[in-house]
Design a binder for this molecule. Structure first.
Ligand SMILES: [Zn+2]
Ligand SMILES: [Zn+2]
Length: 260
């Protein structure tokens, strides 16, 4: 077992039952001052309560290393949202110790339109293009998961609900990240998402889907959500750090604040 400076113990083998804490809240490995990455949040440019800048500021103070602001978007508002987020994220990233990334969450659109909308989002400066997946709590049109995964401009499929193994295999092959959701309701299917993604070799990230200050992630909450979804101990570090950093590097390759 190796304990990283990031604080999470990485196990290469399945832990013996006696090694698991009965109370995850009491687990000291979740209290170590690790950095937090979150690629799915909302400001008042859609249905969040904070301005983009206040959201980023609060995230920086809460210990975030990375935040993507990914307001809900559809055919009518992609450019409107990104024009503001690009400028707010650039200013915040230049003055505060946080990487703030402009993005969108393409939400409740016909699957046949996702490819063109994602292309528009990228052209408008989105560093993170996310799609609101087939959560079990809303009538998202079937076929949304598949359309998102098959689109080159989509980085992240959020709360994909009861995604199929075939979809997860395609996500793995195409490099589309799948989300474990910190949001009540969307997280009902987290266990299924984790099991299916691991079976397929698809990369998972944990996001808050935060709409208000109290939704921002903490290390403790990350550990609870991932363990609650039965993610093996050996994968916690991978999801919270390695996968998140890979997604952040991808985003930074397509978005240069200096060009704003
Ligand atoms: Zn969503
Ligand atoms: Zn969302």
């Amino acid at each position: 077992m190796v304990t990283h400076t990031l604080g999470f113990a990485v196990r290469r083998t399945r832990p013996a039952p006696h090694q698991l804490s009965a109370d995850p809240l009491a687990n000291p490995r979740l209290e170590s001052g690790d950095v937090i990455h979150d690629f799915h949040t909302h400001s008042f440019l859609s249905d969040g309560v904070l301005s983009p800048t206040e959201l980023i500021r609060r995230a920086a103070v809460a210990g975030y290393s990375t935040i993507a602001v990914t307001d809900h978007a559809g055919p009518g508002n992609i450019e409107f949202v990104l024009d503001q987020l690009r400028r707010d994220c650039a200013t915040a990233s230049q003055h505060w110790p946080i990487v703030a990334l402009p993005g969108v969450e393409i939400t409740h659109v016909p699957p046949a339109t996702i490819r063109e909308l994602a292309r528009r989002a990228r052209r408008a400066g989105a560093a993170v293009v996310a799609v609101h997946g087939e959560t079990v709590t809303e009538p998202v049109e079937p076929g949304t998961n598949r359309a998102a995964i098959d689109c080159d401009d989509v980085d992240l499929l959020c709360h994909p609900g009861l995604l199929t193994l075939e979809e997860a295999l395609r996500a793995a092959a195409r490099g589309c990240f799948l989300e474990v959701s910190g949001r009540k309701g969307h997280n009902f299917a987290n266990g299924h998402v984790v099991r299916t993604a691991l079976a397929a070799g698809a990369r998972l990230v944990l996001n808050s889907d935060g709409h208000a200050p109290e939704d921002l992630l903490s290390e403790r909450f990350c550990g609870l959500v991932l363990r609650g979804a039965a993610l093996p101990e050996s994968e916690i570090q991978t999801v919270l750090q390695e996968n998140a950093k890979a997604l952040r590097e991808r985003a930074q390759r397509v978005w240069l604040p200096a060009t704003v």
